[in-house]
Design a protein around this ligand. Structure first.
Ligand SMILES: Nc1ncnc2c1ncn2[C@@H]1O[C@H](COP(=O)(O)OP(=O)(O)OP(=O)(O)O)[C@@H](O)[C@H]1O
Length: 488
């Protein structure tokens, strides 16, 4: 559809674009990104034929762009640029109707029925039909943006060129506009080439991206390949982290603001632990980055409260998450800031311990009961009834953990747990084999993310050794407390 071949452009003697080559297929949504002044708008102006290239060629449907007559080009290409203030007070429907000019033989001729239908359709798609009798001056920035998009669509182009189309739009209108653009481009084989400042939106919606850097194409590829942490850091000269989107295979870029650390490092230990008959709670002064399988706060998040709640063995509740949130609220914990777990184990059987080695330390809390002990290798032999969790392990790390270290912490703690159960000869009552855990165990790994950094937490790594030792000791002690109480 469009081929940009080795273009070069200067303003005065200053080179703005050089050696830029790429092609865009019909129906593709192609994003152009790059820092301020990298040449994005200039590139769009060259593609729309506003400026000629100093060297290199741009081909549109196989024909060089400078060989198109202006009206002929306007039937193929529509441009939505950053709009300056309008000097005329046109009505919205008149502004949109201007998009039809390339299709009309005589501009003085009144609009045909077909033109009117197309104009109405374009206004419906962009959600501005209700504003059609208003004058453009009366509209907000976002409403104007949608009107100009309707005008571009009324042109029924084959290529739509957009300069930051989501500028001025609120969150829901950004999503609506880009959802619609994606849908139209697929349905009507409309090619969309758009400048984006918001890398995350570009990553979510574009089929391919071009990253411009000082007038050169730094990368042209899929969002997964272009939105790499290293690339974004290099081009934008800023600190970022690439994170996965929760629902789609689209990379997202998180900004890392400059953080002023208060001089004193937070060290989590038993001084933050409180116990009542009904729950064990940790409340810390700063949110901890937490990976957990809690009833509330499951997954990865930042939390300040950690609650292990005792429930009766007969506890049954269809909406146990809602019920847990109510419990937390009733006990003055904000559910959104709390990892909440349940256990049928008595709170007095909890065991906890700090384990320190050089500049790394962990604080571990375990509650353990083995009524639902299961040998994982024989889990298929068990029914799937969900009972309150019995071995709950909390691991607080005074340090900064990598992503690998979070996952390896879970593995190491689980291996230590299985080892303790083997040593204690805890049996799976159904299979008669040695248990490796219980049916609804829970775990959390929470780190201060300041101080010493731990890249790994396998059993050979310093952090892994602390976790293995702490879990082994706490689990053994908690089981002993339980046994001693049951003997009484
Ligand atoms: N008409 C002009 N005359 C001279 N220089 C210009 C002109 N238009 C743009 N420039 C310069 O060309 C460079 C690229 O501008 P361009 O508008 O293409 O960048 P951009 O990547 O779109 O930037 P932004 O993200 O800030 O919109 C900038 O340094 C700009 O100052």
């Amino acid at each position: 559809m469009l081929k940009v071949d080795n273009i070069f452009f200067q303003y005065g003697g200053r080179t703005i674009l050089s050696d830029v080559s790429f092609s865009v297929k019909k129906g593709e949504l192609f994003g152009i990104m790059g820092p301020n002044g990298s040449g994005k708008t200039t590139l769009l102006k060259l593609i729309s034929g506003i400026y000629p290239c100093k060297s290199g060629e741009i081909y549109l449907k196989g024909k060089q762009i400078q060989n198109y007559k202006q009206k002929e080009l306007a039937k193929i290409v529509a441009v939505l640029s950053q709009h300056a203030e309008e000097s005329f007070s046109y009505q919205v429907k008149e502004v949109v109707a201007l998009g039809r000019y390339a299709h009309q033989k005589n501009w003085l001729q009144s609009q045909s029925k077909e033109d009117q239908e197309i104009v109405q359709g374009a206004m419906e798609i962009t959600g501005v039909s209700h504003l059609q009798d208003a004058t453009i001056h009366e509209l907000s920035g976002g409403e104007k943006q949608r009107v100009y998009l309707a005008q571009a669509l009324a042109q029924q182009p084959e290529i739509l060129l957009l300069d930051e189309p989501t500028n001025h739009l609120d969150l829901s209108h950004q999503k609506e506009l880009l959802d619609n653009l994606k849908e139209w481009s697929k349905k009507n084989n409309l090619t969309v080439i758009s400048i984006f400042h918001d890398l995350n939106l570009a990553g979510l919606y574009c089929d391919r991206l071009l990253m411009l850097h000082e007038g050169m194409a730094e990368a042209i590829s899929s969002p997964q390949q272009v939105l790499q942490e290293k690339m974004v850091k290099k081009v934008y000269q800023t600190d970022v982290k690439q994170i996965p989107h929760p629902k789609l295979a689209a990379p997202q870029i998180a900004l890392l603001p400059k953080i002023e650390h208060s001089g004193k490092q937070l060290i989590i230990d038993e001084s933050y632990l409180t116990a009542s008959k009904n729950h064990l709670a940790m409340t810390v002064p700063k949110p901890l980055k937490t990976l957990s399988s809690g009833v509330t706060g499951a997954g990865v998040g930042w939390y300040t409260n950690f609650v292990n709640r005792h429930v009766d063995k007969s506890y049954r509740c269809d909406d146990y998450q809602q019920e847990m949130r109510s419990y937390l609220r009733a006990n003055h914990f904000i559910p959104e800031q709390t990892v909440g777990m349940m256990t049928a184990v008595y709170i007095e059987d909890a065991a906890y311990k700090s384990v320190v080695c050089k500049d790394l330390s962990v604080f571990i809390v375990v509650t353990a009961g083995v009524g639902n002990a299961v040998d994982a290798a024989r889990a298929m032999d068990h029914s799937s009834e969900l009972l309150p969790g019995t071995i709950n392990i909390w691991i607080f790390v005074n340090g900064e953990l990598s992503e690998e270290a979070y996952i390896q912490s879970v593995m190491t703690a689980t291996e230590a747990k299985a080892s303790v159960l083997r040593c204690q000869k805890i049996m799976d009552p159904i299979t008669g084999t040695i248990a490796t855990g219980t049916s609804t165990d829970s775990i959390l790994i929470a780190a201060t993310q300041e101080g010493a950094r731990a890249e790994f937490a396998g059993t050979i790594a310093p952090l892994g050794k602390l976790i293995a030792a702490g879990v082994t000791e706490c689990l053994t002690e908690s089981l002993k407390k339980r046994n001693d109480r049951m003997k009484k």
